[in-house]
Design a protein around this ligand. Structure first.
Ligand SMILES: [Zn+2]
Length: 126
């Protein structure tokens, strides 16, 4: 998660609802079809243990080819975070946040006004 935004982003019930692997795979294929460079195959999506980070297991993206969602994080919001990594944004920098917010607005039913406010608060142009 992007810490500063986590609270605000979690207010979207559609995006934070727990989903099946089938639902999330379908969403991944949809996003990937529109957003990925041509010819790049869709990352594998699995439900797993996740990776230990600080004080718990977290979801992760391995290279650009595998996304693993940990327990309690199997929703559209977390999937889209990991998809942003898979699309080539390795670090949580401004480019990552710009892309992430754009994807949330497009695929996870976030209101444009809220996304614009989050971006502005970070001095990021969408
Ligand atoms: Zn991340």
């Amino acid at each position: 998660m992007i810490n500063a935004e986590a609270g605000v982003l979690s207010c979207n019930a559609w995006a934070t609802r727990r989903r099946t692997i089938h639902f999330l795979r379908r969403l991944l294929v949809e996003i990937w079809g529109h957003e990925s460079p041509a010819g790049k195959s869709t990352p594998e999506l699995v439900f797993g243990k996740g990776m230990w980070y600080r004080d718990g297991f977290v979801s992760f993206c391995e290279g650009h080819s595998k996304i693993e969602l940990a327990r309690g994080q199997r929703n559209a919001l977390i999937l889209i975070h990991e998809v942003t990594h898979a699309l080539g944004h390795r670090w949580h920098n401004d480019a990552f946040i710009r892309r992430h917010l754009g994807l949330l607005q497009k695929y996870a039913k976030y209101e444009a006004g809220m996304i614009a406010e989050l971006a502005e608060a970070r001095g990021i142009r969408l």
